[in-house]
Design a protein around this ligand. Sequence first.
Ligand code: GLA
Length: 388
Amino acid sequence: MEVDLRGIFAEKFGDSEGTKEYFSPGRVNLIGEHTDYNGGHVFPCALTMGTYAVARKRTDDMIYLYSANVKHAGVIEASRIALENRKAYGWANYPLGVVWAFSERGKAIDSGFEMVIWGNIPNGSGLSSSASLEVLTGVVLCDLFGYDFSMTDLALIGQFSENNFNGCNCGIMDQFAVANGKKDMAMFLDTSDLSMEYANISLPDAKIVISNSKVKHSLVDSAYNDRRMECSTALEELQTVTDINSLGDLNEEEFEKHKDAIQSDVCRRRAKHAVYENQRTIKAVEALKNNDIATFGKLMNESHVSLRDDYEVSCPELDVLVDLAWSQPGVIGSRMTGGGFGGCTVSIVKNDQVEAFKENVGKGYKEKTGIEAEFYVVDIGDGARVIG
Ligand code: GLA
């Protein structure tokens, strides 16, 4: 860790006697985008970048939270009793939402606590800093108060708090990936029943490279919720002609057969993406298991085209990054990753081309957008845990 978090804790709360230390990763999704609220598959992995916490129980009812990334906000104070989302809490609404969600699950904490956090997931980059913080808080609360939720339960609690305390209607992918990550493994998760299989993603001759567009367009949350609604309209219309529970129940042929039941062109394109993306994800994992990384890359590229044209969640900056990546030698596949409208792309790049990739894509992006992109050659790490 680049900061002395226990030192900061002592500075804020007098001493660091009896504290414990925790870590929770960020995530990158390799393929399977906007499928997690459509009963489809996703294929994310946890990063070694993430959020750290040092925490300690108190004897009164007060919760004190400090982020070394948001120093100007100072120490945020709240009582554990009757928690509600408040604008003034800022970033602290994420951990407080998890405290609230624990009590909604019948596991109210019986005293306050103090916690200092610091993270190295670039802000607003779409690498799940909020899910990381939610699951981190879940791990802290279990450890301090002796609750034994499973990691998947902690993911569900994180999602519940984000949906109901923080008002973002996200799916389960991010919290699940952060909670259940495993070194060198990606998670092939079926969101219809939360069954999951790990698949080794440590490639002998290629690296996973994340390119940060450094933009975040303001429509993210409303556009996300619109997409969810368009998919549920499409599902309802399809259910008048075929017996399905989610868009993930259809394969391409079945979709083509029934698609005319969907009234609007927009909803039909959204549903097409959800169905085809789910099938692409299943095929991509199959290809990876057969060491056919070229097919995996081709499916990543197709995923981007579908997100750009049918789902319409890309943006000019992400398209520039992906177009530049596609034109580089040694690029096996490249696509936007996460919710979209800014954030990052993920590319698989041959080891000996990584430096040229960073240089050429960075230069081309700067020329076209005036923005300095950032690149992270990432390692795939373990999920959220107590570290000391
Ligand atoms: C965001 C959400 C996830 C998922 C992705 C798109 O990251 O939090 O649940 O829907 O967008 O795949």
